[in-house]
Design a protein around this ligand. Structure first.
Ligand code: ADP
Length: 203
């Protein structure tokens, strides 16, 4: 019989290029969920601690740049011009580091996002939050029903790969803080992985 002699393989490259973390791109994150679940509060807290990222609230963008086709009186919201919203954001998304905040998930190209967070809030907590917003009875009940039926969660799961979708509870300040910490930790890990892949050629 022939015997094979194990030959040691040098796994560490002799030359390790210097890793400049500052040049590593930031991921794009979508924060979605029913209105009132805390998307803006979460996104604002993330960018406060990670100022390299930009918070883009789609509702505000739609109003500022008139990216709509008028007002729907029945649903009490703008009729979105989805193509123009996506065109407006495309270049920024290519550069990375965008934290998109919107109560819809499937209007964006799937390739844009590295992580998608769906915020969820218990009914007894969400109701008073929406009441505080002065929503009409109809809008309030529609949003409550959407949260109960997990409409946004299902829409998100239908639009993105399972591995990048995370569902987080956003009921109280403790939850908010831990969600913010999780998102920041995830962003940092993602960048470290990107950096490691850039210097370690896959074998
Ligand atoms: P969204 O952007 O999803 O519509 P907001 O971030 O505007 O929701 O939050 C709605 C209201 O609820 C705000 O007054 C916000 O401060 C509060 N809020 C959001 N998330 C939490 C949370 N986890 N704990 C306590 N209050 C919250």
């Amino acid at each position: 019989p022939t015997y094979r002699v194990a030959v040691g393989v040098r796994r560490t490259p002799l030359f390790r290029p210097h890793l400049d973390m500052a040049s590593v791109r930031y991921p794009n994150v979508l924060i979605t969920g029913t209105p009132g679940t805390g998307k803006s509060a979460t996104a604002m807290a993330v960018v406060a601690q990670l100022p390299q990222m930009t918070h883009v609230e789609i509702g505000a963008l739609v109003r500022d740049k008139q990216l709509h086709e008028g007002w729907d009186d029945d649903l009490q919201c703008h009729i979105l011009d989805e193509d123009r919203i996506c065109d407006e954001l495309e270049e920024q998304m290519e550069n990375g580091g965008v934290l998109v905040d919107f109560h819809g998930a499937d209007l964006f190209p799937e390739r844009w996002f590295d992580l998608v967070v769906v915020l969820r809030t218990d009914n007894s907590v969400l109701y008073p939050r929406l009441e505080n917003r002065g929503y009409t009875e109809k809008k309030l009940s529609e949003n409550m029903e959407a949260e109960i039926m997990q409409v946004i969660l299902d829409e998100t799961r239908g639009a993105y790969r399972e591995e990048i979708v995370v569902e987080l509870r956003s009921n109280d300040l403790e939850g908010l803080e831990s969600n913010v910490a999780r998102i920041i930790a995830w962003v940092n890990d993602w960048r470290k992985n990107q950096a490691a892949q850039a210097v370690e050629p896959s074998v």
